[in-house]
Design a protein around this ligand. Structure first.
Ligand SMILES: Cc1cc2nc3c(=O)[nH]c(=O)nc-3n(C[C@H](O)[C@H](O)[C@H](O)COP(=O)(O)OP(=O)(O)OC[C@H]3O[C@@H](n4cnc5c(N)ncnc54)[C@H](O)[C@@H]3O)c2cc1C
Length: 489
């Protein structure tokens, strides 16, 4: 048994905490906030509740595996409602509603051009093979280049197309921009554009189409709240309002944690706080060989998110998930990736959970969430100035595309910009989807779950292998706990 500290009670930290407890370790979580969840915590403004970040819950087998490894009954603690259609997509000339039923989505595609239904089925079949080959690679640690010689990696290589982007890969299979965007906007879950994300990530839309999307009552934040409750019930120690200031490092070995309240020694430390922020804030420059401060600043980071949390005195009949595509989607993606300060004609996502979940707002009211992917703090955008412009643009687009003027029903409105993601959530550059996922920052090139540069330090969360979405974050907790499973103090 080892005495383990976890820094951060985000989804990665909580999942690792539950598994490590069941392995018999003594586990203490230090969380700087008064509540758990990090980027996916609950936000409450008066009587309205919101998810701060994630709203797309896909590929539930991985969270089930976390519960299994923690010896907990998933179905007893979490109730999921399947969503159909998956989402409503607003393009210039049409609205599309893909489903998790392959035949229904085939018809949706066929409605755009004759033969598109068959193209979709071909895409689906190819992704089924890709998914089976890629998953084993992501489920294991990838600490060095020699892992390319593993049997599962060699088997997966032919379907990986490492030098092809999602967009290029799809353009060969599907022959209409709206349909390509239907199967590629998910690259934004990684904070990347479809023309730069490696084609392996076409498994993201596949996970939605194959496994469906789900709503958790109260929002995805409730997964964290539930895990935190179970963590404490099972003997874990959870210290809220406790910021860790530094890693206690001696001779390239982590001895514990340091905060203004205490210096505490531990056998091992699991880091869940944003990786780049942590290296800059919790280690001295050059204390960590590969990830010295200059290196951290020069790595590639995802886009950020401009958030609008809006309380309404009515419930609109919008779908649960909605995506509004820019008039010129490619133009928008290019501006986004080049950190342009031009925030006109933006694409955005709107979440309307109150239609099926009455726990989020007073009776007859609703909590609406809008996310506009925007450049991170590398872009020279004065958010105090631009936020009004962007807000008005979003409301005007909703009116134009749906005929509904939501501004007449607003009871509360809270804005969150890349600056607050950095200042309040400790997310470096406000890059909410973490390090980008090009092959230069994936697999053995991503900071490793068992941190190579410092003994007794382990990583979980979006900044380590395998990546930054919730399923991969839960996977990182499984990999890290596997390393610690047999550890003795
Ligand atoms: C707007 C938005 C939308 C997203 N949508 C989706 C989605 O739909 N689906 C999906 O799969 N993913 C989504 N993501 C990505 C990802 O799933 C979430 O960001 C997720 O919360 C990241 O989890 P994490 O465990 O890596 O880190 P975090 O959630 O950031 O958790 C880190 C924790 O560390 C704490 N901490 C930081 N500094 C300290 C310190 N010094 N001392 C102690 N504690 C500290 C933080 O308060 C936080 O609780 C979204 C992210 C955002 C921001």
């Amino acid at each position: 048994m080892s005495n383990i500290a976890i820094i951060g009670a985000g989804p990665g930290g909580l999942a690792a905490g539950l598994i490590l407890l069941n392995q018999g370790h003594q586990v203490t979580i230090y969380e700087k906030d008064p509540r758990v969840g990090g980027r996916s915590k609950r936000l409450t403004f008066g009587p309205y509740h919101f998810d701060s970040g994630p709203t797309f819950f896909m590929y539930q087998p991985i969270l089930r595996e976390v519960f299994e490894k923690a010896n907990l009954d998933f179905d007893k603690h979490l109730q999921l409602t399947p969503l159909d259609p998956l989402y409503t997509l607003y393009f210039n000339d049409r609205i599309l509603k893909p489903s998790s039923d392959i035949n229904q989505t085939k018809e949706v595609f066929e409605s755009v051009y004759p033969g598109a239904g068959d193209d979709y089925v071909k895409w689906y079949q190819k992704q089924t093979i890709k998914f089976k080959r890629v998953m084993p690679i992501l489920q294991k640690p990838f600490p060095n280049i020699f892992h390319f010689l593993r049997a599962d990696v060699l088997k997966g290589a032919p379907v990986l197309h490492p030098f092809q982007s999602v967009f290029k890969y799809l353009s060969k299979l599907i022959h209409h921009d709206d349909l390509i965007h239907t199967l590629s906007f998910q690259a934004k879950y990684l904070g990347m554009a479809s023309f730069e994300a490696p084609s392996v990530f076409t498994i993201l839309p596949y996970l939605e189409h194959m496994g469906g999307l789900y709503h958790v009552e109260g929002g995805l934040n409730q997964v964290n709240e539930t895990m935190a409750k179970l963590f404490v019930e099972n003997g874990g120690k959870l210290h809220l309002n406790t910021k860790v200031d530094r890693l206690w490092i001696e001779k390239r070995s982590v001895k514990g944690i340091i905060s203004d309240q205490l210096q505490q020694s531990f056998d091992d430390v699991v880091l869940n706080a944003d990786f780049a922020y942590s290296m800059l804030a919790m280690t001295k420059n050059k204390e960590v060989k590969t990830y010295h401060h200059q290196k951290i600043k020069s790595m590639k980071y995802s886009v950020s998110a401009f958030m609008m949390y809006v309380g309404l005195d009515t419930i609109f009949d919008f779908d649960h998930h909605n995506v509004f595509f820019s008039k010129s989607y490619e133009g928008y993606l290019k501006r986004l990736m080049s950190a342009s300060s031009d925030v006109s004609d933006m694409s955005f996502y709107m979440h309307n959970p109150s239609k099926i979940d009455k726990t989020l707002a007073p009776k007859g009211h609703s909590s609406l969430y809008i996310l506009v992917p925007v450049p991170n703090l590398d872009a020279n955008i004065d958010w105090k100035k631009e936020q009004e412009t962007l807000k008005k643009q979003v409301y005007a687009t909703i009116l134009e595309k749906t005929g509904i003027d939501i501004t007449k029903h607003i009871q509360m409105e809270q804005i969150l910009t890349p600056q607050e993601w950095q200042d309040d959530f400790n997310v470096y550059k406000g890059a909410v989807f973490n390090l980008t996922h090009g092959f230069d920052q994936m697999l053995h090139k991503r900071p490793q779950n068992k941190f190579k540069q410092l003994k007794h330090l382990y990583l979980v969360g979006g900044g380590t292998h395998p990546g930054s979405g919730l399923p991969t974050i839960y996977q990182s907790a499984i990999i890290t706990s596997q390393y610690l499973k047999t550890k003795k103090a």
